[in-house]
Design a protein around this ligand. Structure first.
Ligand code: URA
Length: 210
């Protein structure tokens, strides 16, 4: 993957995203759509994975058939909203290893504070896909990726549902080597650090909290 930013404009992604943005969409529907959309985004973020071949026998004859190369990839959920994307991606890549970075946003400074970090071993040998639905200020994403690099990761991609121009720029400055895949680049951030037009608080929408 060479582009720093990929916006997935596929009609199914955009249609599902519109229903998710609607404030009248109930939690159960939001969650189901997030699961579906995350699989479509996972398809895009895994484009160009390293491949090799292996010898198999079809019912007709032996064949050198394509298969994924290298160590199992690592999916890293940036808690808590990342878990909503994680479930769908894992359905598509069930053998992936999974890690968690726990960050919360200080409501006053909007700066990320870490409270949990657990990732698979041999991060340096894996493709690492960090997932967080909302790339807003970019502060938590940048901090999470800092931590993943400290843990040895060198090949990282970032998957989100919505991004802002500010968040993308912040990521591009801090981590130009990390491609971003998103379903939309929204207009801006509001004064509280929420994405506009956005979809509200992704964690609250998917877990039914307030
Ligand atoms: N996190 C969210 O859940 N929503 C936003 O709009 C911004 C950050």
């Amino acid at each position: 993957m060479t582009d720093h930013l990929t916006v997935v404009t596929h009609p199914l992604v955009q249609h599902k995203l519109t229903i998710m943005r609607d404030k009248n969409t109930p939690t159960a529907v939001f969650r189901q759509l997030l699961r579906e959309i995350s699989q479509l985004l996972a398809y895009e973020v895994t484009r160009g994975l390293a491949m090799t071949t292996k010898q198999i026998e079809t019912p007709m004859q032996p064949m050198d058939a394509p298969t994924l190369a290298g160590k199992k990839l690592a999916l890293i959920s940036i808690l808590r909203a990342g878990n909503g994307l994680l479930d769908g991606v894992l359905e598509l890549i069930p053998s992936a290893r999974v890690g968690f970075v726990g960050l919360y946003r200080d409501e006053e400074t909007l700066e990320p504070v870490e409270y949990y970090f657990k990732v698979p071993e041999a991060m340096e040998d894996r493709l690492v896909i960090a997932v967080d639905p909302m790339l807003a200020t970019g502060n938590s994403s940048v901090a999470a990726i800092d931590k993943l690099k400290e843990a040895g990761a060198t090949n990282i991609r970032f998957l989100c549902l919505l991004a802002t121009p500010e968040g993308i720029e912040r990521m591009r400055q801090a981590h130009p080597d990390v491609p971003i895949v998103t379903a939309s680049v929204d207009e801006c951030l509001d004064e509280n650090g929420y994405i506009v037009p956005g979809l509200g608080d992704a964690g609250d929408r998917m877990f039914g909290t307030k």
